[in-house]
Design a protein around this ligand. Structure first.
Ligand SMILES: [Fe+2]
Ligand SMILES: [Fe+2]
Length: 285
């Protein structure tokens, strides 16, 4: 059921076609009081009355007029009101700061081959790297989200390497943090006006996943230990990992990158609301 007094947060929004050839909006809302999920449908005439900005992920909305369909367990929405518009992500100045903070980490890599490759790659793809999200829904799903996620991984990795007795190859760990999700710059599209994220169909035609992309570019460059960490960073094959960590005798670094990735994805600035919490970008390295 739904409640017209409750404030809902937009989780996802997509538009598809009905059998009759008209447009249909699918909107997933989260009840901010009990975190329950409400699946909603909007017919074409309703969609036409709204700017797509209304459905941006993170927006806080109230249902003004809707009816609940028991059979489909969804809510047909005919009117809603935006209570608070979410940020679309990092501002241009923040993106520049985050980008530079990652370049500072590349500077810390002594291995000349890795350092040169990363500098060149970052210059070549700077514009995409600066805007892309780290996910459509799961975490860091906003403009500049990949920058924030990458920097968080670098910072978590640096702090944990500092505390550990294990002798890490810091160059490889930093490179794995920087490159583990780099395929996402081609895997997604993001609208800089609305902040809406989608999958890039062309990426899917050429590549299986961003893990495979990162693994391949590292193998091509001869960065085999980095490639292996990228192959395992999703942890389990049913989570998209090429190497499943549920195997014996794997290098400890493979677990490290998986854990670091998870730290950022679960405890970092995972959504736009978290960006607003602290007010300013935490991108001092
Ligand atoms: Fe990933
Ligand atoms: Fe990641």
């Amino acid at each position: 059921m739904f409640n017209t007094d409750v404030i809902y947060e937009v989780v996802t929004f997509s538009v598809g076609d009905t059998k009759a050839g008209t447009k249909m909006g699918k909107l997933q809302l989260k009840n901010t009081e009990d975190s329950s999920i409400l699946n909603c449908v909007l017919w074409e005439e309703t969609l036409n009355r709204f700017d797509s900005k209304v459905f941006r992920t993170g927006n806080l909305v109230k249902l003004v007029s809707a009816s609940f369909n028991e059979k489909f367990n969804n809510c047909l929405v005919s009117a809603l009101e935006v209570v608070k518009e979410a940020k679309t992500g990092l501002s241009e100045a923040e993106r520049e700061q985050y980008y530079e903070a990652i370049i500072d980490y590349i500077d810390k890599i002594h291995d000349e081959k890795i350092n040169t490759f990363l500098m060149r790659y970052f210059m070549e793809h700077k514009e995409r790297i600066k805007i892309m999200p780290a996910a459509k829904v799961m975490h860091h799903n906003y403009i500049g989200g990949l920058l924030v996620h990458t920097l968080e991984c670098l910072q978590f990795a640096e702090a944990n390497m500092e505390m550990a007795d294990y002798k890490f190859n810091r160059d490889n760990i930093f490179a794995a943090c920087i490159l583990h999700d780099i395929g996402k710059i081609f895997e997604y599209t993001i609208d800089l006006e609305t902040g809406l994220i989608d999958y890039d169909e062309n990426f899917r035609k050429e590549w299986l996943s961003h893990s495979q992309y990162g693994f391949s570019i590292c193998m091509n460059e001869g960065f085999k230990p980095v490639a292996k960490m990228i192959a395992a960073h999703h942890g389990r094959s049913d989570w998209g990992a090429i190497i499943d960590l549920d195997q014996k005798d794997l290098e400890p670094e493979l677990y490290f990158i998986h854990l670091i990735d998870n730290l950022s994805a679960k405890f970092g600035k995972i959504n736009v609301a978290k960006l607003e919490d602290k007010g300013t970008a935490n991108c001092q390295s």
